[in-house]
Design a protein around this ligand. Structure first.
Ligand SMILES: C[S@@+](CC[C@H](N)C(=O)[O-])C[C@H]1O[C@@H](n2cnc3c(N)ncnc32)[C@H](O)[C@@H]1O
Length: 256
């Protein structure tokens, strides 16, 4: 690991340790929308040995267990693993790094990762590790967000930072956030109030939270107000509904 990738990983790890609970509150209803297509793409069925990588609060692992799969969730944040265990006591969760999985070669029929890829310092390593722990013919699937022009929750916050703050604040350098984001699936992020989109990013994320915290107090208030105004445009009768399309990628490990 270079000092650059090590710094990014440490930054993400510290962030997730602090954001676990608020991530669960703010993002849970959103990221859960991808679970069924993700599990279907990886053919997670009753009896399958399944691995949920970057399992966070354990939504995907819990859904795989409900399908009858023999599932393990793995996440590098102990705070996330504790939260997942508390919320899903019947499911196995352990700490471990997606880029160096603590499992033997060929030990799973399916490996999935829901919105974990964009937090990794070396995503190719994580794909290689998924392939290593899959049996021949096993299936791999992951999701990432579409680009911010389409996943408007990101678009609103990043645009408000560009207009009212400084997008070039120094952050530990990581791979491009939207690198795998070209095809799409539709998801909608619902809030009871347009101000809650900003709060979700300020409390429940890592890289975007650091970007926001690095703004001046005055800029941050302008960004908060601009984000609320932009989110207001998506007000429906009952809630604010912000488009957040995602991309699902799936593949099978070759038989030979
Ligand atoms: C955006 S959350 C996704 C959580 C969950 N999969 C979901 O569907 O909502 C990203 C998760 O990736 C985990 N993570 C980030 N880098 C990781 C790594 N190198 N190894 C394992 N987990 C990692 C974080 O701790 C966090 O729980």
């Amino acid at each position: 690991m270079t000092s650059r990738t090590g710094a990014f990983r440490a930054f993400e790890h510290a962030g997730w340790q602090g954001a676990a609970r608020r991530y669960d509150d703010a993002f849970g209803s959103l990221t859960r929308q991808a679970i069924d297509p993700l599990l279907d793409a990886a053919e997670v069925r009753s009896g399958a040995r399944a691995l949920d990588v970057a399992s966070g609060p354990g939504y995907v692992a819990a859904a795989a267990a409900a399908r009858g799969a023999r599932v393990t969730g793995v996440d590098f944040s102990l705070a996330m693993v504790r939260l997942a265990r508390a919320q899903n006591p019947a499911v196995k969760f352990r700490t471990g790094n997606a880029e160096a999985l603590p499992f033997r070669d060929g030990s799973f029929d399916a490996v999935v990762m829901n919105f974990g890829m964009l937090h990794l310092a070396r995503p190719e390593r994580a794909v290689g590790e998924a392939l290593r722990v899959l049996r021949a013919g096993g299936r791999y699937a992951f999701t990432v967000w579409a680009k911010p022009e389409e996943a408007l929750g990101f678009g609103i916050i990043l645009d408000a930072v560009r207009r009212h703050g400084n997008p070039e604040v120094p952050l530990p350098p990581g791979p491009p956030f939207f690198r795998f984001s070209d095809a799409r699936e539709s998801e909608v992020w619902r809030f009871s109030d347009p101000g809650l989109l900003f709060d979700a990013f300020l409390a429940g994320t890592v890289r975007t939270q650091a970007l926001l915290h690095a703004q001046s107090v005055q800029a941050l208030e302008a960004i908060r107000a601009a984000a609320a105004r932009a989110a207001q445009a998506f007000q429906t009768q009952d809630s604010v509904e912000i488009p957040m399309p995602a991309v699902l990628a799936a593949a099978a490990k070759p038989e030979k």
